[in-house]
Design a protein. Structure first.
Length: 185
């Protein structure tokens, strides 16, 4: 019994393939297409397989040639420059007038806490702080570490700004104003 089902499944697939290729299949007793029709069907499938293979090879070749992936554009932060000896020199954003530097509490970084933060360039790389200036409680900014509201502190056109995104000046406000913070990784 299972032998008959095995052949019936194969014949059903063959009938569907021939019908798809435009070869008429008539009801009644199963009539197999003639040899010429089967060769035509096999040739069409080979051409199609070759086209898919060529497309896949072209995509692999493009990737292997190191086609640069479009990098996320970033605003030029004027606070970051290269020193005379090739070192990275970063000007830090100013503290508020007449205030001592409070420290970002470590509780801000506890799991599950999603308080807004500021991402700031420093000599140690990008830092994430609870204030729009660097302090002792800041941590290294790691993209996708957690999802919270963030603003980027940048120096643009000689002015310190707080921006909702690092890749556009749209929505940036003066360093003294409260920024539009956006939920991001």
């Amino acid at each position: 019994m299972t032998m008959k089902l095995k052949y019936l499944a194969a014949l059903s697939v063959l009938a569907a393939a021939t019908a798809h290729a435009g070869i008429p299949v008539v009801g009644g007793p199963v009539r197999l297409p003639n040899t010429a029709q089967l060769l035509q069907l096999a040739e069409q499938h080979q051409v199609l397989a070759l086209q898919y293979q060529q497309l896949a090879q072209a995509q692999v070749k493009q990737t292997q040639q190191g086609q640069p992936q479009p990098a996320q554009p970033q605003l030029k932060n004027e606070a970051v420059r290269e020193g005379t000896n090739g070192t990275r020199v970063v000007e830090e954003p100013p503290l508020p007038r007449g205030s001592s530097s409070p420290t970002t509490p470590q509780s801000l970084w506890a799991p599950g806490v999603v308080s807004p933060t500021y991402v700031i360039d420093s000599n140690q790389g990008l830092r994430e702080c609870g204030w729009p200036w660097l302090d002792k409680g800041c941590r290294a900014y790691v993209p996708k570490q957690d999802r919270r509201e963030r603003a980027w502190v940048l120096k643009l056109n000689g002015q310190w700004m707080k921006c909702p995104h690092r890749d556009t000046a749209k929505g940036c406000v003066s360093h003294s104003d409260f920024p539009n913070m956006v939920l991001q990784d």
